[in-house]
Design a protein around this ligand. Structure first.
Ligand code: IPM
Ligand code: MG
Length: 354
């Protein structure tokens, strides 16, 4: 198999974790005898500084033609004073829309070796294995915005189709897991949430009668994620609730730096789904340039790329085992209470890759 991927290092710690991701891509590809060609493009603040816009046409075109896209992080305090379309984050939103990657998969599964890094009691964390499916190209992120000195508005809109296709992704994943979907909304207040709940009920009843469905209001879900995290299987929710709940859920694993994500749509290549893969952490300007960022979330995103875009589930599992093995050896970056560097963590993972 030969494939082409675009690397978008972005801002802050993005380039640091991307350098390690590239090592993993090369090591994994040579193990499995895959030909993977990488090209690097600009996004975010780095793109604004070089070209004036957060997603230049050359980057957009390269991503549109790629089999998969790997992204580090975007954003930083120096680019804050702009409207969203001109900010680094705007480039990422444009890219998600451009690729049509409406379903964002964020798995949360604590590693045995880093249980103590979580602020939660270890007893609560046993058997935690959650797959969050976050709707990624609709809702309040993409609705009309008005911003004045004394009045501002963000419109939240959803169509039944946007909801149904996201719920289908959750239903299919639940079938491969424990057969349970928890849908999170705010249907006691929001019209979009009432539509969300109705469509969710219909899709699961009609197409996934074998899947168990429960509904939670988002405020209750935030609490249940801390009080009974092991009882979740697949959690599906709209864009902004998913953004917030996955940062919260990352603390079950102990550090945001551990968590990967895959953004998928319906577009396919001969190898699998076209996807955008990024760790859920941000650009972390406070530690950028120090070489101490945790690369595990980025590397686990590479694993997801092999699984969903290249149909190489074995290779994905090997990368995930290598991360677990390095953590078991006690290799840890400062966010996990350790003293290892990004590069040391990366090399430890490469050394376990078989
Ligand atoms: C995420 C991030 C982004 C989001 C930002 C950088 C726009 O927080 O991927 O969770 O809100 O979607
Ligand atoms: Mg976020």
């Amino acid at each position: 198999m030969s494939a082409h991927i675009v690397l978008l290092p972005g801002d802050g710690i993005g380039p640091e974790v991307m350098a390690v991701a590239k090592r993993i891509v090369d090591a994994a590809a040579s193990l499995a005898d895959l030909k993977i060609q990488c090209s690097t493009e600009l996004i975010g603040g780095a793109a604004i500084d070089a070209t004036g816009v957060p997603l230049p046409e050359t980057s957009a075109t390269a991503c549109r033609q790629a089999d998969a896209v790997l992204l580090g992080a975007v954003g930083g305090p120096q680019w804050h004073a702009q409207e969203i379309a001109k900010r680094p984050e705007g480039g990422l939103l444009q890219l998600r829309a451009l690729l049509g990657t409406f379903a964002n998969l964020r798995p949360v599964k604590p590693h045995a070796a880093t249980i103590d890094a979580s602020p939660l009691k270890p007893a609560l964390l046993h058997n935690v294995d959650i797959m969050v499916v976050r709707e990624l190209t609709g809702g309040i992120y993409f609705g009309d915005k008005t911003e004045g000195d004394t009045h501002a508005a963000d419109v939240c809109e959803y169509t039944a189709d946007e909801i149904a296709r996201t719920v289908r992704v959750a239903g299919r994943l639940a079938r491969q897991r424990d057969g349970k979907v928890t849908s999170v909304d705010k249907s006691n207040v929001l019209a979009t949430s009432r539509l969300w709940r109705r469509v969710c009920n219909e899709v699961i009843a009609d197409e996934f009668p074998d899947v168990t469905l429960e509904h939670l209001l988002v405020d209750a879900a935030a609490m249940h994620l801390l009080s009974r995290p092991a009882q979740f299987d697949v959690l599906v929710t709209e864009n902004m609730f998913g953004d917030i709940l996955t940062d919260e859920a990352s603390m079950l694993a102990g550090s945001m730096g551990l968590l990967p994500s895959a953004s998928l749509g319906e577009q396919r290549t001969e190898h699998g789904l076209v996807g955008l893969y990024e760790p859920i952490h941000g650009s972390a300007p406070d530690i950028a340039g120090q070489g101490i960022a945790n690369p595990c979330g980025m590397i686990a995103s590479v694993a997801m790329m092999f699984r969903y875009s290249f149909g190489a589930a074995n290779l994905a599992a090997s990368i995930e085992s290598a991360i677990a093995a390095a953590l078991n050896d006690g290799i840890a970056t400062p966010d996990l209470g350790g003293t290892n560097t990004t590069a040391q963590m990366g090399e430890a993972i490469v050394s376990h890759l078989v």
